[in-house]
Ligand binder design. Structure first.
Ligand code: ATP
Ligand code: PRP
Length: 216
């Protein structure tokens, strides 16, 4: 059995065409089923639905043989025990610093002020500000980061930005882009050896589908 870990929503939706290119069709629709294990048109391939942040953990510990996870999630996880053969170029966005329009970020940085930064992505944020030599107090949040500067909890946030609509809706401005983010295929290192005959053609089919897809 080959087990693929996916998260519901954009990763599931954007992975489906790549699976189709590898001849794999998922039988259930996660939006209309409560089942967490989905069968496919191949008896020996199944999809398990997990939280986006749990995909690396499932694959690392062999709960799944392979999975799809955002680079943000992989950096935060650390990537131990994971083979990362392919950038799938799906769920593309960027990791950015954003502040209230009336907060002078450039000046705060130049003055060497301590900046309070709220984020779900503490590893990425810590590394970014350490590289810049900026002193920060990090505040760990699990969602709705945009609220933090609006309520006085923080001066800045580090969060994912795609269209910019969420920042605009909350009257925040993007002041720095930290890195580009897309989703990666991750494979359990032991599974890659033990199930190589079944996994290798799947990985090759994903790679061909990615290079055939128009650039995002
Ligand atoms: N607005 C966006 N546009 C494009 N890609 C995004 C966007 N937001 C997040 N992503 C990417 O998609 C991945 C999955 O995001 P999703 O919103 O499905 O899960 P999540 O809510 O961040 O995770 P969890 O449920 O574990 O907290 C993220 O890890 C990121 O790489
Ligand atoms: O620039 P935009 O196109 O507005 O996208 C950015 C938003 O997308 C992500 O949230 P998501 O939609 O995944 O919601 P969630 O984190 O609550 O799941 C991210 O945390 C931002 O809030």
């Amino acid at each position: 059995m080959i087990t693929l870990a996916l998260s519901k929503g954009r990763i599931f939706d954007e992975t489906l065409p790549l699976l189709a290119a590898a001849g794999i069709e998922v039988r259930d629709d996660p939006e209309h089923s409560r089942s967490l294990i989905l069968s496919t048109n191949h008896e020996d391939v199944r999809v398990v639905l997990v939280r986006a942040t749990d995909v690396p953990t499932y694959v690392q510990h062999g709960g799944a043989d392979l999975g799809v996870a955002g680079l943000d999630v992989l950096i935060e996880h650390g990537g131990q025990g994971l083979f990362q053969p392919l950038d799938l170029r799906i769920a593309a966005c960027r990791m950015s610093v954003a502040v209230r329009a009336d907060f002078d970020y450039t000046r705060a940085v130049q003055q060497g002020s301590r900046i309070r930064v709220a984020t779900k992505y503490t590893h990425i944020a810590r590394q970014h500000f350490a590289d810049k030599g900026v002193h920060v107090d990090l505040i760990k949040l699990y969602g709705s980061m945009e609220l933090a500067p609006l309520t006085g909890l923080a001066d800045a946030i580090v969060d994912l930005v795609s269209s910019g609509a969420t920042l605009r809706a909350n009257r925040l401005v993007e002041v720095e882009q930290i890195c580009a983010i897309s989703s990666r295929l991750v494979v359990n290192q032991a599974a890659l050896k033990l199930k190589r005959a079944r996994l290798r053609p799947m990985l090759d089919a994903f790679a061909s589908a990615v290079s055939a897809a128009p650039a995002a």
